[in-house]
Structures are given as structure tokens and as C-alpha cells.
Design a protein around this ligand. Structure first.
Ligand code: AMP
Length: 286
């Protein structure tokens, strides 16, 4: 596996990989890799001739009081994991390479980014959309792979790609990969390492309470009442704050009061021991 730290180097190396008509799959990450990320690498490897992974802790998607400085950085370890997974190229730019002096542009995707993490983390999705658009332009992948773990992020990226003509033939496909979970159901996340052992044990309440809420909604219990019960279960288990626990249309991400005939998603963000966890699960139509 080769590593590019400058845009010139990236362009040279991607041109070499593409020389014989080979396809490139892009997996954008912020590093601190775990099995969830590696599943995206595997999906890209299965679908494309070469995998390009990026590691960039993107400052513009962090709010002023968020964990940008504390976010785990372990490039050497990540690099070894990517190489072992069959990744061909690692794009690891510096902040200055991504946002040179005078950088003045931003992409805002309205609608799908309005609620949920868009409401509780103002500016977050502008930062995500802008950096992913840059990554698409820099790497020019045939396919790009994102986790359903960040379901709203996936919707924002799909919308941006459609609206700004970044889709086929430029990026042939944007692939959503199902969430990889720990054995107790907690969605894998680079932020799980912030949890104390007590909070880590309590964090498993999140997926368990979500499953229970989904079963209740499927049984016809009122959505609002069920979601209130879900919030109470989290607060009772040691979560300090629930940013949101909502049912939404799986495509538009419009909040839903009742489960209709279209695919829905249960989306939750909650804090435990100062760490903000997010999760989402499919809710089948009534
Ligand atoms: P991050 O490094 O957290 O920005 O995540 C990079 C990519 O990995 C994003 O597309 C995430 O949605 C995806 N990802 C993170 N955690 C998981 C997981 N547990 N299962 C599947 N994909 C994940």
C-alpha cells in the first residue's frame, strides 16, 4: 500500500492505479479504524479493482465545543490495518493541504440535513458535504462507500452527489454498507473508546431499547409514546441527555408521527459520560 500526503502525489498514484482501466473504490474515514471501517474496505475491494482509503479528521465538521482535539489519531496503526485489508492507496492529507490559506467555499445541503444531527450539530453537514465533495474531486473514484451507521450523512452525500452531478459517470455508485455492531449490539464507533467500562456496559441499552421501540411501533403502539419510553429507558440506564429519538422517512428523513407504507428509520443520538453516541435502525412499513 502506498500513502499520499499531497494532492500531487495522490493524482500521480491514482493515475497509475487507473492506467490499465482498473476501477477505484473510495472509502472516506477519519481514522481510528475498527471493524466497521474494515467492512467498508472489504465491500470496496469486492466491487472495485483498487481501494483508496482516506484518513482525515475534518475540522470543519466539528463544532466549537466538540472533540476535534481529543479525536483519536493513530495513523501508523490504521495504515497497517488498511494494508492488511488489501487497500492499495491511503490518502492522508494535512489540514493545510485540504484547506489552504484563503479557502472560502462550503457546500450546504438543505432538507435532509435540517433535523437530527443537523439540528444538534449546526454546520456539521456543511463540513461533511464539503470535504466529501473535495475527496470525490481529488480521488475521482468509480464507487464510494459509506456506512449506514451515519445514516443522515449518507442521505446528505447522496443528495449532494445527485444535485451537483457528482453521480455516474463521475462516481458510478454511492454504496451504503450496513452497520457493524459489537456482540452486545452497540454500533462500532471510533468514539466508543472514550467510554468508561461502566458507561460502555450501559451503552448497550441504546440498541436494545431501539429494538424494543421498533417492536412496539410494529405492534401498533403510538409512535410518540414509544419514543418517550425509549428516551426514558436511556436516561434510566445512565445516559445523561437524548439529543433526539425520532422516526423518519428512510429517504427524505422527514420526521414521522405514524408508521406509514414507506420504509422508515429510527434515529437516535444520546450522550453517556460526555460521549455522544448515534445509532439508527430500519423500521419496516406497517
Ligand atoms: P468515520 O471514521 O467515523 O468518519 O467513519 C468513516 C466511515 O465508516 C463512514 O462512512 C461511517 O459511516 C463508516 N462507519 C463507521 N462506523 C461504522 C460501523 N459500525 N459500521 C459500518 N460503517 C461504519
Amino acid at each position: 500500500m502506498q500513502t499520499a500526503n499531497t494532492l500531487d502525489m495522490l493524482r500521480t498514484l491514482t493515475a497509475t492505479l487507473r492506467k490499465d482501466g482498473s476501477t477505484l473504490g473510495l472509502v472516506p474515514t477519519m481514522g481510528a479504524l475498527h471493524k466497521g471501517h474494515l467492512t467498508l474496505i472489504k465491500a470496496a475491494r469486492d466491487a472495485c479493482d483498487h481501494v483508496v482509503a482516506s484518513i482525515f479528521v475534518n475540522p470543519t465538521q466539528f463544532g466549537p465545543n466538540e472533540d476535534l482535539d481529543a479525536y483519536p489519531r493513530q495513523l501508523e496503526e490504521d495504515s497497517a490495518m488498511l494494508e492488511a485489508e488489501g487497500c492499495s492507496l491511503l490518502w492522508a492529507p494535512t489540514v493545510e493541504a485540504m484547506y489552504p490559506q484563503g479557502f472560502a467555499s462550503s457546500i450546504a445541503v438543505s432538507g435532509v440535513s435540517a433535523n437530527f444531527c443537523g439540528a444538534s450539530r449546526p454546520g456539521h453537514f456543511d463540513g461533511v458535504a464539503t470535504v466529501v465533495c473535495k475527496l470525490f474531486n481529488q480521488v475521482q473514484p468509480d464507487m464510494a462507500f459509506f456506512g449506514e451507521k451515519d445514516f443522515q450523512q449518507l442521505a446528505v452525500i447522496r443528495t449532494m452527489a445527485r444535485d451537483l452531478d457528482l453521480t455516474a459517470p463521475r462516481v458510478e455508485a454511492i454504496i451504503g454498507v450496513p452497520t457493524v455492531r459489537e456482540s452486545d449490539g452497540l454500533a462500532m464507533s471510533s468514539r466508543n473508546r472514550y467510554l468508561s467500562s461502566e458507561d460502555r456496559a450501559a451503552a448497550a441499552t441504546l440498541p436494545a431499547a431501539m429494538r424494543e421501540a421498533i417492536a412496539r411501533i410494529a405492534d401498533g403502539t403510538e409512535v410518540r409514546q414509544t419514543l418517550r419510553g425509549l428516551e426514558d429507558a436511556l436516561l434510566g440506564a445512565g445516559f445523561s441527555q437524548v439529543d433526539y429519538a425520532q422516526l423518519a422517512d428512510a429517504t427524505s428523513l422527514e420526521p414521522l408521527e405514524v408508521l406509514g407504507s414507506k420504509d422508515a428509520r429510527l434515529l437516535v443520538a444520546a450522550k453517556i459520560g460526555g460521549t455522544r453516541l448515534i445509532d439508527n435502525m430500519a423500521v419496516n412499513p406497517a
